[in-house]
Ligand binder design. Structure first.
Ligand code: ADP
Ligand code: MG
Length: 588
């Protein structure tokens, strides 16, 4: 039995804390993993103010005796590995024995724990790494850890924390992912006294996803299940055409451990290359099982990232499995499960982008338009015409640009006194639309189209509370959204730059942006800027039949913009090949 020292090496712990505990979500992660390692079938997580002021994790696992509890706050005290060789076959989450002492060194830390063999529990209180007291306490079997005043003693770290909602979003995302990865454990997550989600022990992954992420995510997922020699892949992925604007819902779990892995992420994105437009990401809850010896989890102190011994094979396996399923889905009219058993592992990775499908735009799978509009449906989004004054076409002619024709894909060529101008119509169109929207927003006159049938949408608890916070803002941005019952909303109108059948997916994207913190009601102009950019990415390309007059009008609108040179997405709208440059090239 090693000697138990009551004052762990404070400095060493704070250094370790710097590596492992970079933010409140990391505390939650470590404590949660300990609870799962202790065999808990129920875990309750509570936090306040993004975890800065308070974090509590309570479990019904096997608990610790008083001596074990005292040892657990010593550096490199772990019950999980004994020999270095054990590192090769780690089945538990923890193994470094660093987490508890690290957390205790940078917070006010209270540990209460009891094993089923003893009648009373033990309570340890540590403040900034100093043991304050050890005493008996009454409590059920299990462990309860409370962490408050996190990083108070480490101002340098405190400074690096983001605003509370951002830290909160990290904690919530983490808790969700762990709940998804551990369906045999019941999870409750509370934020500032409010329930974020509650998921009882749950046999079906689909139900679990619905409870934790809401039905807007769980609907439209299809099962995947494949095997290839010693690799096994299963889970749920989005059907073709259904994607999100962020990678937040690409969740990968390797041998029951939620991980981030560039190999897996790339394989996922690549599989959907032909099935999602650019900038959209699939939704995935993917479980990969393989020999633990083929995965290195000891890459990063916080164990977030894993590496595969044979990354190329893993990548190939994932892409093959998903592509097979996705192809079947697009070919068969009725969505079915993504299934298939593989035996050979030597098959080459299929080329992920067949040119024809790769070009598909927003909706590879034709979807039934479910909702009509009262006005004429907007199909080709019109370039907003200058509202009042007569188009100043003279200005364009003043520039001396003479329209020559359409070339390549979406480019227009003009001849000018100074040389040749090549203009990207899409970027031009986006710039005009963007500034028009900006002006409408500042005038508080963003045009909306009323939906004939309002679209109901169910959000998770966090999404719903963010939505409530932002209702006013949305209703000034061309939307009309109303609450109708717990976590339910009704979309009654959408801006004219989108189409009614996109109302739901658009709203889900916006809620995602609220969760990111990119859309905040206290910064409405910036928030609207995000919406306007979104509008620009959705604006369609004008076809090549655009007449000379329309082109001239487009250019004249472009030059009324405050910033005609680049699109709101940062791409050039046109460039000029000067007379001198042409002469130089032709050696004239
Ligand atoms: P590690 O998880 O790497 O072993 P930690 O510092 O996280 O290191 O925990 C130290 C030890 O404390 C663990 O090995 C375990 O024996 C014990 N422990 C921590 N949390 C719990 C818990 N919730 N229930 C039971 N035992 C725990
Ligand atoms: Mg641990």
């Amino acid at each position: 039995m090693p000697e138990i020292r009551l004052l762990p090496d404070k400095v060493a712990n704070q250094i370790a804390a710097g590596e492992v505990i970079e933010r409140p979500a990391a505390v939650v992660k470590e404590l949660l993993e300990n609870s799962l390692d202790a065999g808990a079938t129920r875990v309750e997580i509570e936090f306040k103010n993004g975890g800065r002021s308070y974090i509590r994790i309570e479990d019904n696992g096997h608990g610790m005796t008083k001596d074990q509890a005292l040892l657990s706050i010593e550096r490199h005290a772990t019950s999980k590995i004994r020999l270095a060789d054990d590192l090769l076959s780690i089945a538990s989450f923890g193994f470094r024995g660093e987490a508890l002492p690290s957390i205790a060194s940078v917070s006010r830390f209270q540990l209460r724990t009891r094993t089923s063999a003893s009648d009373s529990g033990s309570e340890l209180m540590i403040n900034g790494g100093k043991l304050v007291h050890v005493k008996e306490c009454g409590m059920p079997t299990g462990t309860r850890i409370e962490v408050s005043h996190l990083f108070n003693s480490v101002p340098a770290r405190r400074k690096f924390l983001k605003a509370d909602p951002t830290e909160a979003a990290h904690i919530i995302q983490l808790a969700r992912i762990y709940a998804i990865a551990n369906p045999q454990t019941a999870f409750t997550l509370m934020e500032n006294g409010r329930l974020v989600f509650n998921s009882p022990v749950c046999p079906s992954l689909k139900d679990r996803v619905q409870e934790i992420f809401g039905s807007s995510i769980s609907d439209g997922l299809v099962p995947v299940k494949t095997e290839e020699s010693d690799y096994r892949l299963y889970g749920l992925v989005s059907e073709p055409g259904r994607g999100r604007s962020t990678r937040h819902e690409m969740i990968t779990i390797v041998n029951n451990r939620p991980v981030t892995s560039p190999t897996l992420n790339q394989a996922l994105v690549e599989s959907y290359h032909a099935y999602l437009p650019r900038g959209r990401y699939p939704i995935a809850f993917l479980f990969l099982e393989l020999d633990p010896g083929a995965v290195d989890v000891n890459v990063h102190p916080a164990k977030r990232e894993v590496r595969f011994r044979d990354a190329a094979r893993v990548r190939g396996f994932i892409i093959r499995s998903l592509l097979d399923g996705l192809r079947e889905l697009t070919e068969a009219s009725k969505p079915a499960g993504v299934t298939g058993k593989r035996t050979s592992s030597a098959e080459p990775v299929p080329k992920p982008v067949p040119a024809a499908i790769g070009k598909m735009s927003a909706r590879p799978v034709p979807s039934q338009p479910r909702h009509g509009v009262s006005a004429t449906p907007v199909t080709q989004k019109p370039v907003p015409q200058p509202a009042s004054e007569k188009p100043k076409e003279e200005k364009n002619w003043e520039l001396g640009w003479k329209f020559v024709g359409h070339v390549q894909r979406g480019l227009a060529v003009f001849d000018s006194a100074k040389g040749i101008i090549v203009l990207d119509r899409r970027a031009t169109h986006q710039r005009i639309l963007y500034e028009e929207l900006e002006r409408q927003y500042l005038d508080q006159k963003v045009p909306a189209q009323q939906l004939l049938l309002p679209v109901p949408i169910e959000l998770d608890a966090l999404g719903a509370s963010l939505m409530l916070d932002n209702l006013d803002f949305l209703n000034h941005s061309g939307f009309k959204v109303a609450e109708f019952g717990r976590n339910f909303f009704r979309i009654e109108a959408v801006p004219v730059w989108t189409t009614p059948d996109e109302a739901e997916s658009l709203m889900i994207d916006l809620v995602g942006m609220m969760k990111d913190g990119s859309l905040r009601k206290n910064k409405p102009v910036e928030a609207f800027d995000h919406i306007a950019r979104l509008a620009c990415t959705k604006s369609v390309r004008l076809d090549d039949s655009v007449s000379e007059r329309e082109m001239v009008s487009l250019v004249s609108q472009l030059f009324k913009c405050k910033n005609p040179l680049i699109s709101p997405l940062g791409k050039p709208t046109y460039f000029e090949l000067g007379r001198n440059e042409l002469d130089r090239r032709f050696m004239r």
